[in-house]
Structures are given as structure tokens and as C-alpha cells.
Design a protein around this ligand. Sequence first.
Ligand code: ARG
Length: 488
Amino acid sequence: MNVEERIETMDLLRKGKFKEKMDEEAVDFTSSMDFDQWIFLHDLNVDRVHLLMLKKQGIINENTCREILKAIDMVEKEGFESLERMEDVHIAKETKILEIVGELGGALHSGRSRNDEVATCLRMASRDSLLKIFSSLLKLREVILEISKENLETLIPGYTHLQHAQPTTLAHHLLAHASALRRDAERIKECFRRVNQSPLGSAALVSTSLPIDRNFTASLLGFDSIIENSMDAISSRDFALECMGVCSNLMISLSRIAEELILWSTSEFQFVKIGDAYVSTSSIMPQKRNPDVAELIRAKCGTVIGSLISSLSIVKSLPLSYNRDLQEITSHLERVLDITEKSCEMLARMLRSCEFNKERMKEEAEKEFTTATDLAEFFVMRGIPFRKAYQIVSKFIAEGGDFESLKELMRQELGKELMSEEEFQELMKVDGSIERRGNGGPSRSSCLKMIENERRALEEDRKWFEEKKKKIESSLKNLRRLCEEVVK
Ligand code: ARG
């Protein structure tokens, strides 16, 4: 092949500029095609809206717009797999459009760069994933509230340092997780607000001299607003880092629940039996019920955190504006969003399958003087400074914990018997201890109040989700309708 022929066979960007094709290995090394499938359909919608805008602004004529729109439909029909493996989906798709439409197809990229194109696609893919995660999180929170409602009086030891601390109820324990998950949902909503802004029209970095309309494209793509500064729009990835940060927090919440299910399903605890559908068994030990789903949620949390750290490190110190380094974040972002959604979904299903062993939990809740603090607090209510009361109860427990020794201690330390045996017996009862707890504690009434508050938040979140979903869907439907009007 002579130089002229070689130049002719080059891709649309290199033709006429370089004397050599890119090294095959270098193409492979730099290509984002492996993870661009995630943004393929979004990219086609970005093309569509951009074309409609170019036509509306009189930058291209109706015929050009129609021919390219038709080609885009064909590319969509043939699918991502039919694209040639090139530098990225944007070039591969544009090449295909040029093959179909001919030179006219070149009008598509007027006033645009891959820099604003990819940033727009990534934001569209991320917002969809955030909504999916939000939806499975709604499901998980619902399951937790259901189980809590069923277990308002189910005793369970409360732990600190994984040592029996004070008795509580399963409802109280699970509602703690529900509160954390509600905050995770709040973080998704906050993050969504910053993700759903359009960079489109920023072109390479300083916008374009063509008279484009950024608000038109933003609105048809379902964005809430545009990102004003064109350099910021194409070079910032804090939205991606934030998505991964939010997901990391959520995955940590999930992994802590997963860890408890793993622990509680051991023969040492026997607090819970995870449903058959969510355990696996051993290839050699027929008796085994392994909590693999929970273990993998716990492990995937590590993967997600790893991706966040990788991405933070990639963006750190990058000079403005676009650098190809940014491409390296895409696979992390996609992986994190995907793992988080699936983990939420799996945990919701697995939790629903759990059978809690109330007898075992009660048995453990009643062990080891877990109501000792109640005894000390009784003395406090009789005017004894807490530290003094604490020391009396400590000694009493060290001496074996029967009432006679407490009586003796009261006489020695307080000079009078402030507690009758009846009162003592009452204070030792675990269910009584629970009902004595105040606001936010495990008493039935305070757990019911927490369930009610969580339910209210859940309803509000459901509304938020429906609104956001509907807005995006109807914008994109509108876009398709406007395209059809041109193509017909
Ligand atoms: N594949 C690239 C990415 O993901 C698209 C943008 C390329 N822009 C460029 N100037 N090379 O970031």
C-alpha cells in the first residue's frame, strides 16, 4: 500500500492528517469501546436532539436532518454489536452514519465535540442508574419496615463491641438500618440534582461560534438545567465521583446488614435462617448452608470502594479541561452503579426470605445481666449519684448477682435498703427494661413511631422517584415524536 492508499483507508479523523494508521495495539489500549455499550443508546438520543436543534436554529436544513435521523434509527436497529471496533462509540457510530448517508452525514457533528457528547451520555446513564438504585432501595426499606412491624416485641441482645450490652428488640435493631438507608436515599436525591444537568453545547471546551440553543437540547433530554461554564461542563467529573461516593455509603449500609445475617446464621448464634433460595451448599459437606449472597454483597462493597478510590485518584490533579484520563472513569462508574443496584435488590429479597428464631434471640437477650444499667438507674432515681450506683451494681455482679448480696451492699454503701426484692425482680426482667426506654429506644411505642416516620419518608421518596422517572420518560418521548415528525 502506498502512502495515498494508506491515508484513504484511515478513519474519519486521521484521514488526510497522519501518514500512518494508529498501531493496532495502541487502538486497543486507548479504545473505550469495551464499556461504551453502556452509553450507546444515550448517544443516539444526544445525536437526535442535537440534529433537531441544528435544524431549528437554521444551521442544517430539513433534508439533512431527516437523512441523518433515519441513519440513526438504522444504527439503533442494528445495535451496538454491529459497530466497528474503533477509538470509541462516538467515532464508530459516526463512521456508520457517514456510510449510510454519505458526506451529508458530516453535518451531525456541527457545533459539537466528543467532549460534551460523552459528558452528556455519562450523565444520562448515571441518572438512569441512580433511579434504578433508588427504586430497589425503596423495596429494601419497605421489607425492613415490614419485618420490624412483625417483630416489635421480639427480644434480641443489643451489642457493643459484639458483646452483650443491653436488651433490645429486632424491630429496634432493624429500624436502625432503616434510618441509615433513608439517609442513603437522601444522598441519592441530592446527587441526582447535580447529575441531571446538561453539558451539551459546550463543544470541545469554549462552546461554539454556531448559534446553537443549549436550553432546547437540555430540556428535550430531560435535564433540569444546563451546566453553564463550558469548560466546567466538559471537564468536571465530580458528578461521577459523587455517584460513586453515594454508592459506597449505601454499599457500606448493605454490607453491614449482610455481615449481621452471616453472623446471625452461624450455629453459634442461630438467630436467623436465610431462605433456601439465597444460600448455597458445599460440594463435599452435605449439611452446609452457606450465606454466599450475603458474603458477596459484603465483598462487592469492597469492589465499589476500590472503584471510588481509583476514580478519585484519576481525577486528582488533572489540569483543565478535557484529558483522555477521564475515559478511564467510565468503567468504574458503570460497575459501581450496576453492583449497587443489584446488591440492593438481592438484599431486599434475601431479607424477606429470612426466618428469625425468636426463642434463640430471647434466650441470649436474657443472659449476662444485660439489665444491670436498669438497676443503677433505679438508684439514680432514688437520689444516688450515677457513678456510686454503678459501683454498687458492679460489685453486686462480681459477687455472683443474687439479691442477698445486693442488700448487704446497700446497707454498707448507702446505709439503707433502697430496693425491695420485688423491685429488684421487676428490674431484672428484660421486657420491662425495654418498655422503660425513652424516645428512639426499643419500646413498642417508640418503635411504632419510628416505623410511622420511616413510612412517611418512604412515601415522599416514592413520589420523588415517580416524578423524576416520568419527567425523563416524557421528555425522551417528546424527542422521539419530534424526530418522527421530521422523518415522516
Ligand atoms: N471516549 C472518550 C471518553 O470517554 C470520548 C471523548 C474523547 N475526546 C477526545 N478529545 N479524545 O472520554
